[in-house]
Write a protein that binds this ligand. Structure first.
Ligand SMILES: [Zn+2]
Length: 380
């Protein structure tokens, strides 16, 4: 992984590169930020740069022994810890367990390093459960890091989602972070640092990874994926600083999203409860869970745009084309208060879907719930 593979984040890249060039690599760093900003690929590119035998001014060389191995994620001094299914087995068997998922892990990163926790669980057959970083895993880490490095000056340990460590794992790891073996760098990558035990937090240097700028997202879409500038512009505004969202928006069929959204609003307007139940059934059947979340996020966004349209600020509105026309026509029927209520319904449905709620139940509850907020005649 190169720094140049990561979308945007130039400020962070500079900072990481300087830390290596000035020989001041903090031994435990915590990358914190929202999903889709490139925290994990940044950590891997940083590790590659640290270990590169012939690093350049702005990136690793890509051709040395170390870079070649890291490009396949098989460098013996680059270690990964990530949540997986918890093992009932004893420590002795844990190694085999680990090997089960390491190839899936490599495959996931090499095919697309911007992925969600849910994507990862789906990849390893944990679709309806949350993974953990087990105590066995923590012991394994300690064993590995106690060894002398094999090929590189440095050993790097990347811990993805340390918030998934239980207390025992955290304590084991804490000891290691407090008294690290020589030339060992810990890179923790977290989306929810509040869930990490305080003692670990206080031992790490936190690096906030900000949302990816709109310009960087638009540029990457046009340069890497040959998206038209107009479309890249629209996606970059909706992606909310997340390259992950940008890719999903690109692959999604927004026409379909819009279709479903406008149908929902019309059915609400007509108080057509049977229609709303049919709608829920159809949408639940059409989308996989992740896509359903995307649809709900899209709907939430569009609803909020109605608020902007309603207060007469449509010239700063982020939507275009048929969506904009719909919002303009529909917004008189929805009061400011109702917009809030409808938005809340979308958010709460999003949350329930994220927590593995039954899609059809969640959607019908949401649809029927929001019908009562839509007026039958224009509001003042
Ligand atoms: Zn190199």
């Amino acid at each position: 992984m190169f720094f140049k593979d990561i979308v945007g984040q130039e400020g962070i890249k500079d900072r990481l590169i300087k830390s290596v060039q000035q020989g001041r690599i903090p031994h435990a760093q915590l990358f914190v930020g929202p999903m889709g900003t490139g925290k994990l690929p940044l950590a891997i590119a940083y590790a590659q740069y640290i270990m590169c035998e012939n690093r350049g001014e702005t990136d690793s060389c890509g051709v040395c022994h170390s870079c070649k191995k890291i490009s396949k994620l098989v460098h013996p001094d680059l270690h990964f810890v990530y949540p997986a299914k918890s093992s009932e087995k004893k420590d002795a068997d844990a190694e085999n367990d680990y090997d089960d998922t390491i190839s899936a892990w490599r495959e996931q990163i090499l095919s697309n390093p911007y992925f969600s926790e849910a994507d990862w669980y789906a990849q390893v057959g944990l679709a309806n459960k949350q993974g953990v970083i087990s105590t066995a895993k923590a012991s394994e880490v300690i064993r590995k890091l106690m060894l002398k490095s094999f090929e590189s000056d440095y050993k790097v340990m990347i811990i993805w989602l340390p918030e998934r460590m239980n207390v025992q794992s955290s304590n084991k790891l804490l000891k290691l972070i407090e008294e690290p073996p020589e030339k060992t760098v810990f890179l923790l990558v977290s989306e929810n640092p509040n869930a990490i035990i305080k003692t670990i937090l206080s031992r790490t240097q936190q690096i906030m990874i900000p949302p990816v700028s709109r310009e960087s997202i638009a540029l990457a879409l046009t340069d890497r994926l040959s998206v038209t500038p107009e479309k890249a512009h629209d996606i970059s505004r909706l992606a909310n600083g997340s390259w992950y969202n940008a890719i999903n928006l690109l692959n999604a069929k927004p026409g379909d999203y819009f279709q479903h959204y406008s149908t929902l609003m019309r059915l609400c307007y007509k108080r057509d409860f049977k229609g709303l139940i049919d709608w829920s059934q159809e949408v639940a059947g059409e989308f996989e869970r992740e896509e359903l979340k995307q649809f709900l996020a899209y709907s939430l966004k569009l609803t909020r745009e109605s608020m902007v349209a309603r207060v007469g600020l449509s010239n700063i509105s982020y939507i275009v084309g048929e969506e904009s026309g719909f919002v303009q026509n529909f917004s008189p029927y929805i009061s400011m208060n109702a917009i809030q209520e409808v938005s809340d319904e979308f958010s709460s449905a999003y949350e329930h879907i994220s927590q593995n709620g039954n899609p059809q139940i969640v959607l019908s509850h949401m649809a029927v719930g929001m019908a009562r907020f839509i007026s039958q005649k224009p509001e003042d």
